[in-house]
Design a protein around this ligand. Sequence first.
Ligand code: AMP
Length: 116
Amino acid sequence: MSTDSDCLFCKISAGVIPADIVMETESAIAFRDIDPKAPTHILIIPRSHFADVTELTQSNPNLAGELLTLASNVAKLQGLATGYRIVTNTGEDAGQSVSHVHFHVLGGRSLSWPPG
Ligand code: AMP
């Protein structure tokens, strides 16, 4: 498994920085976003370090599938039966602020479209 000692989400995965973890597997964890944008806002990350979804899918497409499955399971666990959104910001124009791939799971309110 490849990790980056300077990466915030690698530190969360290692337990060095605390997080409110809602679900975890051997290869991934789900934890609450520290600055939620919806009543339910959970981040899904792989334990291995990949900068973004492009790097992840090129290196390990099976893991990308596992992360989406975990996102779906988290949405079910959180009771988001009337709908939810999975988002992965990629690069500067999309506003990616943490360079460790993550899927946002947002729900618990009506979500507008298109996003800003
Ligand atoms: P993005 O801007 O798409 O890269 O998403 C990064 C997300 O990480 C933001 O929604 C932040 O609120 C969230 N975040 C940053 N630091 C932490 C932390 N220590 N624990 C949980 N979420 C965090």
